[in-house]
Design a protein around this ligand. Structure first.
Ligand SMILES: Cc1cc2nc3c(=O)[nH]c(=O)nc-3n(C[C@H](O)[C@H](O)[C@H](O)COP(=O)(O)O)c2cc1C
Length: 172
């Protein structure tokens, strides 16, 4: 897949084959690629949490009130530490959310390239997720993703996007 094909192949998958396990080697391969994501001043203020089975996986799923999440065999969360991310001196802006979004996007694209489905999920109950993951006051999670093979018979949906001329402007 070239990059454009990869971007067009990635989509929010909301139905997984819960019976089809993902080999751990494949997960590690995806994370190995994704961990080269850039971060402000290369601080890498993150940890990647991979939930593959057990109570914690079920608890994380219960933070997001949509039945489809239960079909996912794996959930990945990227956790950040705001005391480790870059802070712009002039106005106090903290780059943590940006750093984590880039990392998550790298994970999602690397997974897509391996034929796995993902979906950005942010509409979880944040307080519950913080409790389940025992986040410390300086730690944040901005997104999680399920990871898994799309369910049997899964049909891709059409991309709906604004046209380029509505959103891109060349300023001379
Ligand atoms: C920041 C962000 C948060 C999202 N949160 C959710 C979510 O909580 N649940 C969900 O089903 N999809 C969520 N999505 C997926 C979007 O709905 C989806 O990316 C968008 O509709 C475009 O569709 P596509 O990903 O299939 O191209 C989120 C996407 C982004 C970028």
């Amino acid at each position: 897949m070239n990059f454009k094909e990869l971007v067009l192949t990635r989509e929010s998958v909301r139905s997984y084959d819960s019976e089809k396990p993902i080999p751990m080697d494949l997960i590690i391969d995806i994370l190995e690629t994704a961990h080269f994501a850039p971060s402000a001043v290369n601080n890498q203020p993150w940890e990647i949490l991979v939930f593959t089975s057990g109570e914690k996986l079920e608890e994380i799923k219960s933070c997001y009130k949509r039945d489809w999440i239960n079909s996912a065999p794996v959930i990945i969360a990227v956790k950040g530490d705001k005391s480790k991310s870059w802070i712009r001196k002039t106005d106090g802006y903290n780059s943590l959310e940006t750093d984590l979004a880039i990392l998550m996007d790298h994970i999602i694209l690397a997974a897509t390239e391996k034929g796995l489905g993902t979906c950005w999920v942010e509409n979880y109950i944040p307080e519950k997720l913080a409790e389940v993951l025992e986040l410390k006051p300086n730690e944040e999670i901005f997104a999680i993703t399920p990871l898994g093979y799309p369910s049997k018979g899964y049909i891709s949906h059409q991309k709906k996007r604004k046209s380029l001329n509505e959103i891109a402007f060349v300023i001379k």
